[in-house]
Ligand binder design. Structure first.
Ligand code: UDP
Length: 349
């Protein structure tokens, strides 16, 4: 099988490539702006990488959609800070550029696995979000945060409509706060534009206070990347066509915790970590209002817990990694990465 991954150097793309090359005989064709996260697979003869931008290198993409069996268009902006700072950029990349790719999948009869998002449920009040039952509840237009949710939702609907007309073999996946090594980068976290786990780890290592937005009583269901990738592998494999035309929430309801609890767990792990002594840090946790942290056009989501019945029933999937292990693996990987970088800097100078 030939798998095309656009955004191959991203958090999901890089982990997925490693898994495919480790566990299958499939070939991966990947495009991205850079290659810093895919060092482990670059030398593999079943991995072809090209540096490129999906908004520019359109011919390469069309040629490879024709050539491959399944397409994963993973290129998207997925950090809330960017939704409020650059809403049009989010629409253009997440919706417009991806729509072109979806249409080419229709044209060439190629299977697409599209990353929808748990954000589509937005402020839904359900205890657990259900793919086919829950309402998708967005805030008003002046709350620009919702442009991401809205862009993804519209593309979900477009894909669904093509599927209903028999013109597209698709699966929609909805990751719920996946975390793990290579989630964002500590550099973007320095500017305050990473997702919460990377943001908190960066605060710990750079000796900045951890900020609990509005007190941190909102919660998320954090899901370890390896569990998410297990599900995506089953979906690509698509035994018995069971993933075709389906939407899957991919999250870990057992790992639901408040942001405040998350901050305390990470802080505690950091101060008890074997690398901690080298940092000489005295981490603190502070509270800041959402409007001063993100700006007036932000609006938060209070709870986000998936129902994963559909993935369990059709894919035989369930997540295995508990919250503390997921956080520990993620923290370890960032501390190792910084250790290597510091060692290199030390060696140079
Ligand atoms: N958050 C926080 N401090 C930070 C970054 C985020 O309290 O430094 C909160 C944010 O308001 C949200 C939650 O953490 O309620 C998760 O944010 P994230 O950026 O990971 O994305 P989301 O889950 O909202 O898509």
């Amino acid at each position: 099988m030939k798998v095309l991954i656009l955004g191959v150097n991203g958090f999901i793309g890089s982990h997925l490539s490693e898994r495919i090359l480790r566990d299958t005989d499939w070939e991966v064709y990947g495009m991205d702006l850079g290659k810093d996260k895919i060092g482990a697979v670059l030398g593999n003869e079943r991995f072809r990488y090209v540096e490129g931008d999906i908004a520019i290198n359109k011919e390469w993409i069309e040629y490879h959609i024709k050539k491959c069996d399944v397409v994963l268009p993973l290129v998207a902006i997925a950090t809330p800070k960017t939704y409020v700072e650059n809403p049009l950029g989010v629409f253009e990349l997440d919706f417009e550029e991806n729509l072109r790719i979806i249409r080419q999948c229709v044209k060439y009869h190629k299977r697409v696995i599209f990353p929808s998002t748990s954000e589509v449920y937005a402020m839904c009040g359900d205890e657990r979000f259900d793919e086919y039952g829950s309402k998708l509840v967005l805030g008003p237009i002046n709350k620009e945060r919702w442009i991401y949710s809205c862009s993804k939702q519209l593309l979900d609907r477009v894909i669904w409509a093509y599927g209903q007309r028999g013109d597209l073999d698709f699966t929609l996946i909805r990751p719920f706060n996946w975390i793990g090594p290579r989630l964002d980068s500590l550099e973007t976290a320095k500017e305050g534009s990473s997702r919460v786990v990377t943001q908190f780890i960066a605060s710990l290592v750079y000796n900045e206070p951890i900020v609990l937005v509005d007190g941190g009583l909102q919660s998320r269901s954090f899901t370890y990347i390896d569990d998410g990738i297990d599900a995506v592998m089953k979906i690509i494999d698509n035994a018995g066509g069971r993933a075709t035309g389906q939407i899957f929430n991919l999250g870990n309801p057992e790992n639901n915790c408040t942001i405040k609890d998350l901050a305390h767990r990470l802080l505690d792990m950091f101060v008890h970590h074997s690398a901690y002594a080298a940092y000489n840090r005295h981490p603190e946790i502070i509270v800041q209002s959402a409007s001063s942290f993100y700006g007036e056009s932000y609006q938060d989501i209070q709870t986000r817990v998936p129902s994963i019945e559909n993935a369990r029933k059709l894919l035989g999937w369930k997540p295995k990694v508990g919250l503390d292990d997921a956080l520990r693996f993620t923290l370890d990987s960032f501390l190792r990465e910084i250790g290597w970088r510091d060692a290199r800097i030390g060696a140079q100078g």
